[in-house]
Design a protein around this ligand. Sequence first.
Ligand code: 5GP
Length: 191
Amino acid sequence: MSSGKLVLFSGPSGVGKDTLLDLLVRLRPQLQRSVSLTTRAPRAGEVDGVDYFFVTPQQFAKMQADGDVLEFAQYGDNLYGTPKPPVDAWLAAGKTVILKIEVQGAEKIKRLYPQALSVFILPPSQQVLEKRLRDRGTENEQELAKRLAIAKEELRKSASYDYRIVNDDLERAAQEFLSILDSADHAEVRE
Ligand code: 5GP
């Protein structure tokens, strides 16, 4: 039977998840990164179909009605969700699939796939997180305040993840992630 592994990759906004994921996929090209749906507007430089599938709330609702959304969550004022058909296909092909996902979505996936490996990326401190988020300059003050409030809640919930990695140094954090992946004796997800 073909089977793959599902990895839940969470962490507060601004912690560097995308940069870390870019490096992980460069270091290990066979890792399959899932591209999420979102109703938020693209940031400068973000590419549709690469960073996200940018959809309208109506398109999102249609995909849900068609059973094509594995999980979804509201984050701030927007919806985020994992497209189901590609994930099913990758798992059936035996791939290791990484879902970038916030904590509510991760909880849902853990219920659906108890063997999924969950990893939470932590900032070195809350101050560093706030600074990184501000320096990124992609959100206005109101949106920033929302993200920081969500981050506090997420940091509290991070205790329930299988592993937590501090993103103090990108290369080091990536190596820690890969060694967790290699040593984790998690049962494979069966189709
Ligand atoms: P951002 O707007 O910063 O790209 O993402 C906001 C939050 O949504 C992040 O915590 C990110 O991990 C999460 N997220 C991205 N894609 C998904 C998804 O498919 N499902 C869920 N539940 N959360 C997601």
